[in-house]
Design a protein around this ligand. Structure first.
Ligand SMILES: NC(=O)c1ccc[n+]([C@@H]2O[C@H](COP(=O)([O-])OP(=O)(O)OC[C@H]3O[C@@H](n4cnc5c(N)ncnc54)[C@H](OP(=O)(O)O)[C@@H]3O)[C@@H](O)[C@H]2O)c1
Length: 332
């Protein structure tokens, strides 16, 4: 009898510890462990990391976190002047570990698949190698499912999915020849569970989880690693740059500094830790994102009950720190 009580008490203590931990950390428990006791991003010093969408937000801050540790960088995005600014900041942050030649800026529209081979070859020509590709460029969406133009679905998949897959195939072929390498993709918690008012975005990130989940399985036991980085709400230009339901339109409403979002700096640091520790999938987000993500994946019945009780608008409020209005998704 005493033995059964002991098992019961252990299960309750373990569950409570788990639940409380999830409410105080800003990432999944594996990443939280690595941030304290794992490999430091310093171990990546001297490696060459290629980052798409490096001109702002999560891409910029991942570059900054890596530059501090002496990692050589390839920075791509469309805005050349922003890339040059990030490059100079990174050289400064490296405190003498990196010079002008250690950071290569390649401005390009990543949806133009015909330039991928060229930018990839330019990287290898410049550094003689590539160690990690971080696919980060992407855009979100605010719209209601039934009003979305199919043109928006296609454009978002071109950017968030097909550009990522095409560039990654080049990298994986190169890593196969080299015998080692690491591909990372900035997915999203929207790739882990269904997020309201962002159907195309959610679908694009689920597609990413599918493509790279398969790649992870294919590469088990090899020296090629695949990391899915899944942030929740982060404070970046992301919201105003979002697609809506209309072709050619941007959401245009910036996130407010008072919104409950993780800073891009913290997200960049967590991405650097995930890369250094070659995690398979890492979740990041302020409370209540972690308990919600764990419930959605491990206890779907609990998340369904919570969703029914709260409703999609409340869930949206957790994401954007405000209620969505019909005008904002252009419903009249
Ligand atoms: N912020 C969040 O709440 C959040 C949450 C989960 C996941 N994410 C993911 O994080 C990634 C980065 O987003 P962010 O939040 O850092 O937003 P951001 O500040 O708007 O950064 C987006 C980056 O992508 C680049 N980009 C956009 N379209 C491009 C194109 N056609 N060709 C080349 N580069 C392009 C932008 O550079 P240019 O404009 O200079 O081209 C910019 O550097 C995205 O994949 C997003 O899905 C963000």
């Amino acid at each position: 009898m005493f033995f059964l009580e002991l098992i019961g008490a252990s299960v309750v203590t373990y569950s409570l510890f788990y639940l409380i931990s999830l409410c105080i950390v800003d990432c999944d428990l594996e990443l939280a462990f690595y941030s304290k006791f794992g490999r430091s991003p310093r171990k990546l010093k001297g490696k060459v990391v290629f980052i798409t969408g490096a001109s702002s937000g999560i891409g910029e801050h991942t570059a900054r976190a890596l530059a501090k540790r002496g990692v050589k960088l390839v920075l791509t995005a469309r805005r050349k002047h922003e890339l040059e600014r990030v490059k100079q900041d990174c050289i400064g942050l490296s405190k003498g570990q990196l010079n002008d030649n250690d950071i290569l800026v390649i401005p390009c529209d990543i949806t133009n698949l015909s330039v991928h081979k060229q930018i990839f070859e330019r990287t290898i020509q410049h550094f003689g190698t590539l160690d990690i590709l971080v696919n980060n460029a992407g855009r979100s969406q605010r719209a209601l499912f039934e009003y979305i133009d199919i043109g928006v679905d296609k454009q978002m998949f071109d950017l968030n999915v097909f550009a990522v897959v095409n560039l990654s195939r080049l990298a994986v072929n190169y890593f196969n020849e080299k015998g080692s390498g690491h591909v990372a993709v900035v997915s999203s918690l929207a790739g882990v569970f269904g997020v309201p008012y962002s159907a195309t975005y959610t679908a694009s990130k689920h597609a990413i989880q599918g493509y790279f989940g398969s790649l992870q399985t294919e590469k088990v036991g090899t020296n090629i690693h695949v990391t899915l980085l899944c942030p929740g709400p982060v404070y970046t230009n992301f919201l105003q740059e979002s697609f809506t339901e209309k072709d050619g339109e941007k959401y245009g409403i910036p996130a407010k500094s008072t919104d409950r979002r993780m800073t891009a700096e913290r997200c960049g640091e967590l991405c650097a830790i995930a890369l250094a520790n070659k995690t398979q999938e890492s979740w990041m987000g302020l409370f209540p994102m972690m308990p919600f993500a764990y419930a959605a994946v491990y206890f779907p019945i609990i998340s369904r009950i919570a969703l029914k009780t709260l409703g999609p608008k409340k869930l949206f409020k957790f994401r954007d720190s405000k209620e969505i209005t019909l005008e904002e998704v252009d419903i009249v």
